[in-house]
Design a protein around this ligand. Structure first.
Ligand code: SF4
Ligand code: SF4
Length: 409
């Protein structure tokens, strides 16, 4: 629900404009945060239909760069989620809603996602099919399908003991959907680093999706259904460790997701225990790393880590602990790469534009590795670098750290 008081916080100063990737690409006021807030206000006050605002609400990446830039405290995350829900309900046909829900449901179900990617691999399909892009209203298909890893990592234990006699705390690791299908190696590295830092890591079986894609695309009810499973699964641990920016930022907002429902207090309590893995490691003591590989790295700030959770320094500080590692900052490290959940499927032109800016910035650093802590960014940046012929690897900070510390379980 959009709150008039939140909308009225915008004082139209325009300080957010240059932080907005869609404004930078188009130069149009209606594709800026200020323009979108104005449209939302008009729709809420009944001066325009949501159908008139839809195209501009759809074009928003939900990156929250504007929220960080705003001096007036406009809660843009809440506004865009409310606007998206209103657009889904009032400005799409039942068929359009059905198609979008089917797409999200398939992507967030690990078994179905794995099966789809396996079938696509067997049939030699390299990109999301054109019919799918058309059904989703995208016009063209630009997203390459990722390869399934040859060896998927599945946890062999439900608890990984800390490497110290007295664990610092019990943490439950979120496996997620795309993360467990495509980035088992990141989970493995995360378990290695957390146990090295003295945490006892629990991996509850009955987990599932955190609901981020649902909530970011205007379906809070479906997001709540997913979230309820997590509330149960992580009852017994002190913290919930998350290594995917979009999931962590959504889970820290479960209190808002469940407001005015009987589960509000439980959701708030859960949200307070959610920690990004970099936060957990930054708070812990780590030994000196045994390996001293020379690396030149640049760090991409995933939007939902930097703007959604305010985590900017911790990953950089952890990487800087590695001797012989040179961290070179890229221009616009905090600017969205255009992946933005399934945005690159839905809005190919603007997503590509953002990707090209990101790839250029990475190439200018001379780095051979980009650190990225969100699966969508990793895949999209990897695609952009490969298309540009740039020999740069994209790795999660946990992978870089676990290798340097010899910490893989
Ligand atoms: S969320 Fe990102 S794309 Fe959307 S208005 Fe804000 S800065 Fe622009
Ligand atoms: S910076 Fe904040 S107050 Fe200023 S125009 Fe942007 S959203 Fe509105």
């Amino acid at each position: 629900m959009l709150d008039q008081r939140d909308l009225q916080k915008c004082i139209h100063c325009g300080l957010c404009l240059q932080a907005c990737p869609t404004y930078v690409s188009t130069g149009q006021e209606v594709e800026s945060p200020r323009g979108r807030i104005y449209l939302m206000r008009q729709a809420v006050e009944g001066r325009i239909q949501w159908a008139q605002a839809r195209v501009h609400i759809d074009a928003c990446m939900g990156c929250l760069g504007c929220q960080t830039a705003c001096p007036s405290g406009v809660p843009y995350a809440t506004l865009i989620e409310g606007a998206r829900a209103a657009v889904e309900q009032r400005a799409r046909t039942p068929f359009q809603r059905f198609v979008r829900q089917q797409a999200i449901a398939r992507f967030t179900n690990p078994t179905q996602l794995r099966l789809m990617l396996r079938m696509a691999g067997a049939l030699g399909i390299r990109r999301t099919p054109r019919w799918m892009a058309r059904l989703l209203g995208a016009g063209e298909s630009v997203v390459r399908l990722p390869h399934l890893p040859q060896q998927a990592w599945r946890p062999t234990q439900s608890v990984y003991p800390a490497r110290t006699a007295q664990p610092r705390a019990r943490v439950g690791l979120l496996l997620g959907c795309a993360m467990q299908v495509l980035f088992g190696r990141v989970h493995r590295a995360t378990v290695g680093m957390l146990t090295l830092a003295g945490y006892e890591v629990h991996i509850p079986r009955a987990q599932g999706c955190c609901g981020a894609l649902w909530v970011h695309n205007g379906y809070p009810q479906q997001a709540r259904r997913n979230a309820q499973r997590l509330l149960k699964a992580f009852r017994e641990v002190d913290y919930i460790a998350v290594n995917a920016a979009g999931c962590g930022s959504t889970m820290k907002e479960y209190g808002l997701l469940f407001r005015e429902t009987p589960l509000h207090a439980a959701a708030e309590q859960f949200a307070q225990r959610v920690r990004d893995v970099h936060e957990l490691l930054a708070d812990a003591e780590l030994p000196d790393p045994p390996r001293e590989d020379s690396l030149t790295i640049t760090y991409h700030d995933a939007c939902h880590l930097v703007h959604g959770q305010g985590i900017r320094e911790q990953p950089r500080a952890l990487l800087r602990r590695l001797p012989n590692l040179k961290l070179v900052e890229m221009d616009g490290a905090e600017m969205c790469c255009g992946s933005a959940g399934i945005y690159n499927l839905l809005q190919p032109r603007l997503a590509r534009d953002a990707l090209q800016r990101k790839v250029r910035a990475i190439q200018q650093t001379g780095a051979t590795i980009v650190a990225s802590a969100n699966p969508g960014c990793t895949l999209w940046i990897q695609q952009g670098l490969q298309e540009a012929g740039a020999p740069v690897e994209v790795l999660h900070p946990m992978e870089i750290l676990a290798k340097a510390y010899d910490a893989m379980p």
